[in-house]
Ligand binder design. Structure first.
Ligand code: RTP
Ligand code: MG
Length: 143
């Protein structure tokens, strides 16, 4: 088992629903520790850059507009197999297909407004953490 860090966003729909704390509780219940966290209003340029991998997809413009529709929480989660564990806690991209007890099943309304983002691999986790945090913003957690 590897101690990993992954990048996570509580998206504008979940911030608007006032469930930041309930989502953070899901991370903590899964053994994921928050080692950095802040609230941000993304600029269009930031959102476009963050989701550049989806630039050619039909949903790209709507995704960018949604991500700048209100503030988000960005955080770095640490734990054993944190990348996969966070994806499990999040549930499927489409909340209609997400398993019971997952964040997206319980807090998301649609595939377009699906409450959370989580990195999908070690390389993207490292890139996404760097995109939003300086090294001095990442804390060491005692265990
Ligand atoms: P995320 O990157 O946000 O954690 O979500 P994901 O890995 O589960 O899904 P991904 O394929 O990376 O897609 C990024 C976001 O784009 C929106 N999307 N819409 N209408 C559609 O078919 C569609 N597909 C994806 C979702 O909001 C998804 O979270
Ligand atoms: Mg993704």
């Amino acid at each position: 088992m590897a101690l990993e860090r992954t990048f996570s966003i509580v998206k504008p729909d979940a911030v608007a629903k006032n469930v930041i704390g309930q989502i953070y509780a899901r991370f903590e219940e899964a053994g994921l520790k928050i080692v950095a966290s802040k609230m941000l209003q993304l600029s269009r340029e930031q959102a476009e850059g963050f989701y550049a991998v989806h630039k050619e997809r039909p949903f790209y413009n709507d995704l960018v507009s949604f991500m700048i529709s209100g503030p988000v929480m960005v955080q770095v989660l640490e734990g054993e197999n944190a990348i996969l564990k966070n994806r499990e806690v999040m549930g499927a991209t489409n909340p209609a297909e997400a398993e019971a007890g997952t964040i997206r099943k319980d807090f998301a309304d649609s595939i377009d407004e699906n409450a959370v983002h989580g990195s999908d691999a070690p390389e993207t986790a490292a890139e996404e953490i760097k995109f939003f945090f300086n090294d001095d913003e990442l804390c060491e957690r005692l265990r």
